[in-house]
Design a protein around this ligand. Structure first.
Ligand code: HEM
Length: 219
């Protein structure tokens, strides 16, 4: 602990970090009436960060091709030191993140704090909800189990209900007629890079807008 303090002090003397942290985090003033339900937005962010951290660890062993995907996940769970724990945290947190985002949304809806001037907080939030669901859906295919395969098959059939262009969308999402190695590669790219990067951009937008309006004061 002393060494961490010494390193922090060294940087603080040069870059004056403490006032910045006090102003934006530890001494930031928020409305007195907020209550416990206001924690779910922050918890969604925290769990997203846990997902990024554990996801990077899993990436060190995961192999995104049909011949090796299942074996690599089994290897992580049974041979890699603490691999089972990292894999469990990643899976459980994926579900938790969805629950937290929905609870956050429920608070916003209950207190009606999506009204002027916060309409765009809500709009960017809906995009964040969609992206969170896509993140979980694409991750579900990666272990390449029977459950993942059938989950992806049923899930990718949904856009087929759209008139005229539905079938084309299904083929585009699957990268072909059926769930295959192509689908796995595409979902892998979406899961580890495209969706997390897009979520980060929308979160930055969400937070910038919240900073501008401040958090609302429910009665
Ligand atoms: C990954 C997803 C999300 C994260 C990390 C996130 C994070 C946050 C945080 C930290 C706040 C400020 C504290 C609070 O009021 O809880 C906030 C406020 C807000 N969020 Fe989100 N949010 C997410 C998704 C959503 C969703 C799905 C919606 C609605 C569809 C939404 C709408 C709003 C609104 C309207 C506010 C302003 C609330 C107020 O001023 O009291 N957010 N968000």
């Amino acid at each position: 602990m002393r060494i961490v303090k010494a390193i922090y002090g060294w940087f603080d003397r040069r870059y004056n970090i403490t006032p910045l942290i006090e102003k934006n985090v530890t001494k930031k003033r928020v409305p007195k009436t907020l209550g416990w339900a206001a924690c779910f937005g922050g918890l969604s962010l925290l769990i997203f960060l846990v997902q990024v951290f554990t996801g990077v660890l899993l990436l060190m062993y995961y192999k995104p091709d049909p011949a090796n995907a299942w074996d690599s996940v089994t290897f992580i769970k049974s041979n890699v030191s603490m691999g089972w724990l990292v894999q469990r945290i990643h899976t459980v947190s994926a579900n938790l993140m969805i629950v937290m985002v929905l609870m956050h949304m429920a608070r916003i809806a209950y207190y009606k704090v999506y009204r002027t001037p916060r309409e765009l907080h809500w709009v960017s939030g809906v995009v964040l909800l969609m992206l969170t669901l896509i993140l979980a859906f694409t991750g579900y295919l990666l272990p390449w189990t029977q459950l993942s395969y059938w989950g992806a098959k049923v899930g990718t059939e949904i856009p087929g209900a759209i008139p005229v262009i539905g079938e084309d969308i299904v083929r585009w999402v699957r990268r072909g007629e059926a769930i295959s190695g192509e689908t796995l590669g595409f979902f892998f790219a979406l899961h580890i890079w495209i969706i997390p990067a897009t979520i980060s951009a929308f979160m930055a937008m969400h937070f910038a807008m919240i900073r501008r309006t401040g958090i609302s004061r429910p009665l």
